[in-house]
Design a protein around this ligand. Structure first.
Ligand code: ASP
Ligand code: MG
Length: 477
């Protein structure tokens, strides 16, 4: 610990930001072991904690707000009881009488906030995105207060800090983006006195605030993002994301029982994996630490002796080829054909304009210029919106001169083989597709990024399990 008044803010110990997810703090027993983990690591490192709401609480809050605004009075009153009960139970089991008397009123105040907001929503029969953010992130305020008190009960100095005082965001409520410069200044300033005194800050995940101080949230699952934002602003040595799995797996274990933990992956591989639905990491998590090259670990709070997966700036010296396979069922292909009236570039311009207007992310895109066809894969949940928008954009060509057409192929899965070391290694795609061919798995469309980081292909939904298994075996993952 650095003494009061010492010139440098940074203590000699490495600084580690530890983020704990909802399951890691899901009940009293879990919170107790998280407390122990933090205390243990705070001997060798300076620790800053970022915490999610207790598992299930955010869902419960959002549902309560929705029901309240629909006029269902009983539902949110039950949630109020449940919210109070779950947090109270932890306090009862783990906190000394003195800690209880300081923390229970704070928890009660949040339950009071919940009540006021929900009764407001039920009166006006509406919940705005702005009000929803204030409500949906109450769980983080409660869990941070509890965890800080638990740490104090275990003998270390700790203080709950509301990230609304640290993370400055734009006003895109529900999915706000951090403003890094402002965030860095505020975070350093707010945490400096705590760090000087050796007090562990326990920071609410998920939350931020606009420059005017209105509460925002970073999107569902956004506490991972909070963790790396805080890590980057403090120039942390490492960020550890504590979750409920041993690390990043080579494939979904429900599809491939032999899937195993990858000890090290690169930033870009991790981003690619999270984009295609590997649940272990929020897709924006890596972005804040990229410039500063801070390593991020995925670790299991239920199995802390397992080292986990280390995510580092560039691909490790590993063997060339495929490192992980991810897949996304429930997709559809949309084939837009421009006919002879619209040039390919015009057509592409219009198609991507539609996607951008609707803020739809395509999962993969392929083109056949000779046939003047653009094929894109989208999530089933976005299919209807995409198709309606495209039909509008090509209305004239479809309905009047019948030159263009839009066709949909449903029940498709996108399989993505990822590995930064595939770059410049000939034959990777050949091996993958050869193996699929031998199993008679038909490939509907193929795309490879020019960065050679991943190869994506579409197969029938029914073939996805076999396809993932086949690639996993072929590359002996
Ligand atoms: N509690 C928030 C959610 O459930 C944020 C998080 O857990 O990362 O989305
Ligand atoms: Mg999460």
């Amino acid at each position: 610990m650095v003494k009061e008044g010492a010139p440098s803010l940074k203590s000699k110990k490495p600084l580690v930001v530890m983020k704990f997810g909802g399951t890691s703090v899901g009940n009293a027993e879990r919170m107790q072991s998280v407390g122990k983990l933090v205390v243990e690591h705070s001997r060798e490192a300076e620790v800053a904690v970022v915490v999610s709401a207790m598992g299930g609480v955010t869902d419960m809050l959002i549902r309560a707000a929705t029901e309240a605004s629909a006029g269902a009075g009983e539902h949110w009153k039950n949630v109020r009881r449940e919210l109070a009960r779950r947090h109270r139970e932890v306090a009862d089991q783990l906190l000394s009488a003195a800690e209880q008397s300081s923390v229970l009123p704070r928890l009660a105040a949040q339950v009071g906030n919940f009540e006021n907001l929900c009764s407001g929503f039920s009166l006006v029969r509406e919940v705005t995105p702005r009000a929803m953010d204030t409500l949906s992130s109450l769980g983080e305020v409660m869990s941070a207060n509890l965890l800080a008190a638990i740490l104090r009960s275990q003998g270390v100095a700790a203080e709950a800090v509301d990230a609304a005082e640290l993370i400055v965001t734009d006003d895109n409520f529900g999915n706000a983006a951090p403003l890094f410069e402002e965030t860095t200044a505020k975070t350093r300033q707010r945490l400096a006195p705590l760090r000087r005194r050796g007090v562990i800050p326990v920071i609410t995940g998920f939350r931020g605030a606009t420059p005017e101080g209105v509460c925002t949230t970073l999107g569902r699952g956004g506490s991972d993002f909070s963790g790396t934002i805080i890590g980057a602003t403090l120039d942390a040595d490492e960020v550890w994301i504590w979750t409920d799995v041993d690390g990043v797996l080579t494939a979904d274990p429900r599809l491939v029982p032999e899937a195993h933990i990858i000890p090290g992956i690169s930033y870009r591989e991790a981003i690619e994996l999270s984009f295609f639905g590997a649940k272990v990491l929020h897709p924006k998590t890596i972005q804040p630490v990229m410039k500063k090259k801070i390593p991020v670990w995925i670790k299991n709070s239920f199995n802390p002796s397992c080292p986990g997966t280390r995510i580092v700036p560039s691909a490790s010296e590993g063997p060339p080829g495929v490192k992980a396979i991810t897949s996304l069922g429930k997709a559809s292909l949309i084939m837009v054909s421009g006919g002879d009236r619209v040039s390919f570039t015009q057509m592409a311009g219009r198609v991507f304009g539609c996607l951008s207007m609707e803020e739809i992310t395509s999962l993969m895109v392929t083109q056949s210029s000779a046939e003047n066809v653009l094929c894109l894969a989208v999530h089933d949940s976005e299919l209807k919106r995409t198709k309606t928008r495209l039909e509008k954009a090509f209305e004239l060509e479809i309905n009047y001169d019948h030159s263009a057409s839009i066709e949909v192929m449903p029940h498709v899965a996108i399989v993505v083989a990822i590995g930064e070391n595939m770059k410049g290694t000939p034959g990777v795609a050949g091996r993958a597709f050869g193996a699929l061919g031998r199993r008679s798995i038909n490939i509907i469309a193929i795309a490879q990024g020019s960065s050679e980081l991943s190869i994506s292909f579409a197969v029938k939904s029914a073939d996805v399990k076999e396809a993932v298994k086949t690639i996993h075996e072929e590359f002996k993952l």
